[in-house]
Design a protein around this ligand. Sequence first.
Ligand SMILES: Cc1cc2nc3c(=O)[nH]c(=O)nc-3n(C[C@H](O)[C@H](O)[C@H](O)COP(=O)(O)O)c2cc1C
Length: 324
Amino acid sequence: MKTRITELFDIQHPIIQGGMHYVAFAELAAAVSNAGGLGIITALTQKTPSDLAKEIDRCREMTDRPFGVNLTFLPTVHAVDYPGYVAAIIEGGVKVVETAGRNPEAVLPALKAAGIKVIHKCTSVRHALKAEAIGCDAVSVDGFECGGHPGEDDIPNMVLLPRAAEELKIPFVASGGMADARSLVAALALGAEGINMGTRFIATVEAPVHENVKQALVAATELDTRLVMRPLRNTERVLNNPAVERLLEKEASLGKTLQFEDIVEEVVGVYPKVMTEGRVDSGVWSCGMVAGLIHDIPTCRQLVDSIMNEAETIIRQRLKGMLV
Ligand SMILES: Cc1cc2nc3c(=O)[nH]c(=O)nc-3n(C[C@H](O)[C@H](O)[C@H](O)COP(=O)(O)O)c2cc1C
């Protein structure tokens, strides 16, 4: 399959693995890139820019295919050395950056000067148009279904993707709710030129997270996610668990007076406990509604191959067969 996304990023298949805190280490990024997609390392999981530089080196030892780095601009507890991370990306010879969260305008000149392609992940058409206007090469359009931060507009991909197609000139991938060949073909039909998957890639053999996390995703249904931090306008879709229930009770009882400090216990420092130690109930962690479509733990190659092979069958047989 050839699309503007495969051409732009020099990849075999139009499948991207989104940056994921404490999941998207070199092992996962390399496995996705080796399978013909675009693997992405999450910069901020690396504590310092020099740690990121080492992670980029580790990834390059595991793959000779293109891979990317995610730079997330969201509220953090500690100040982040963004110029340092950008320098590590450029010096590491990375050719693709996925930005997410706030407007990435401040880092674009340095990335563009280094010949790096930038795909900005956002949750609305207006932010996608802004990304296009400031010179991003592509966007990842993240629908309301997505794991992580769906924004505050709550537009699912069935409407968001064709709206993006109506307005954008640069290519875009569909993100949020993508799991299999059906997702890919649907996304293409709605105007996207590829897919970005988060949650689905966690339940793979190579994802360097605790087995409990993978089993939690296999066990979860599409009814098992919740939206937290809505009152703080920092909405996150997470897998439900007792910590999430506690947090939602605090949100309900404190109402408009809720402060970030009230929920620190459920939110801060959770990812290593969940992803590394496998304590999946220790706090809130991102998960998409797509968990309902995850029933197995394949290798990244098996996953990507099955998506591409079955997509071809859907297009050539199911869809073509419907034409009279
Ligand atoms: C556990 C987890 C952690 C994530 N961490 C980040 C992150 O640090 N930065 C980011 O831009 N997106 C992050 N995301 C969002 C994904 O990159 C991707 O956009 C999203 O998962 C797509 O929706 P899906 O889960 O339905 O595939 C995270 C998602 C999950 C599930």
